[in-house]
Design a protein around this ligand. Structure first.
Ligand code: NAD
Ligand code: IPM
Ligand code: MN
Length: 327
């Protein structure tokens, strides 16, 4: 099995470097091949996502991705991560949010956010005229159906209590209305309770009553925002993993970005990238190794070892050593 490793920019290489050490420790037989992507890559090679990297993804069994920095001004820029999601049709963005250990986070949370990953506000089709800018926003029946099916399957296979469709169909009556209608069609006759909620109320419920949330299925931008919110409640961006899944390919990345404010200081929390590695191992059938990583992370945090974002004093390297010693 071959894993493509794309560390990217900012804290990406710091947390992915630590994750690869953990990966090598639990699964030394896996081949890892590094690839280039992002703003740093652009400054060296004049492109954000070289063809060589796309080929590497194509020829790998899974991708471990760090984070990339978006340039503030760049004519015609299209985010490499969005291009990869689209090009490999990674239509399901799976973002489980849980406190990584007891006592961490503002509230107790066990929510799975299933985010539609190919359309909605993310078409990239903005047209500028003298008066302003128009955005093409796309909600298709096909994409809505496959993401709702994905959410149904995950809920059933994990025996979850409920699936909540989160939308803004009170305003976006046709587009989000279609998403909600398709959701109820897909959930018909499922044993899982299905319900829907408007996105602003869902954002409030995550804070005030997170226990009422179980699996959430939602459109692209709402999923982006709600997953950072949920992560912040469960311990911060430093702890939240994610998977981008399609029928043929899979890419795993922490929910957080390149964190330029702390990059290069050696203080980033690698927990999200460790849990991301666990998700990747699980996906390729290495459930036992995935469990070992999760248990080592929880044990490390439970023993009181913390990076700065969680109120502790350890750097990335010291925290990683604690996790490695428990493995
Ligand atoms: P961010 O997620 O990078 O950072 C937000 C805040 O969380 C910062 O204060 C940061 O220090 C903190 N943080 C994030 N990860 C952390 C970690 N592992 N440990 C400790 N603290 C952590 O979001 P941002 O600052 O809005 O974006 C920075 C750049 O990253 C932007 O260019 C953005 O476009 C990009 N971005 C990329 C991805 C991706 O590649 N998948 C995702 C999100 C943002
Ligand atoms: C994420 C990020 C990306 C998104 C950005 C970097 C394009 O915020 O993966 O959550 O909006 O999907
Ligand atoms: Mn995001």
């Amino acid at each position: 099995m071959r894993i493509a490793v794309l560390p990217g920019d900012g804290i990406g290489p710091e947390v992915i470097g630590a994750a690869v050490e953990v990966l090598k420790h639990v699964a030394p037989d896996l081949e890892t091949v590094h690839g280039d992507v992002g703003l740093e890559c652009f400054s060296r090679r004049g492109e954000y996502l070289p063809d060589e990297t796309l080929d590497l993804i194509r020829e790998s069994d899974a991708v471990l991705f760090g984070a990339i920095t978006t340039p503030l001004k760049a004519e015609g820029y299209r985010s490499p991560i969005l291009r990869i999601r689209k090009e490999f049709d990674l239509y399901a963005n799976l973002r489980p949010v849980r406190n990584p250990a007891p006592g961490i986070g503002l509230v107790d949370m066990d929510v799975i956010i299933v985010r539609e990953n190919t359309e909605g506000m993310y078409t990239g089709e903005e047209t500028v005229d003298d008066e302003g800018v128009d955005l093409k926003r796309r909600v298709s029946r096909a994409a809505s159906e496959r993401i709702c099916r994905f959410a149904r399957e995950i809920s059933e296979s994990q025996s979850r209590k409920s699936v909540t469709c989160v939308h803004k169909a009170n305003v976006l009556r046709k587009s989000d209305g279609l998403f909600r209608d398709v959701f109820y069609e897909v959930m018909e006759e499922s044993v899982i309770e299905s319900r829907d909620m408007i996105v602003d109320a869902a954002a409030a419920a995550l804070v005030s009553n997170p226990q009422c949330m179980d699996v959430i299925v939602t459109l692209n931008l709402y999923g982006d925002i709600l997953s950072d919110e949920a992560a912040a409640l469960a311990g911060g961006l430093g702890i939240a993993p994610s998977a981008n899944l399609g029928d043929g390919h899979a890419l795993f990345e922490p929910v957080h970005g390149s964190a330029p404010d702390i990059a290069g200081k050696g203080v980033a929390n690698p927990t999200a990238s460790f849990l991301t590695t666990a998700m990747m191992l699980e996906h390729i059938g290495r459930t036992e190794e995935a469990g070992r990583i999760r248990r080592a992370v929880t044990a490390t945090l439970s023993a009181g070892h913390r990076t700065r974002d969680l109120g502790g004093g350890l750097g990335t390297k010291e925290f990683s050593e604690q996790v490695l010693s428990r493995l």
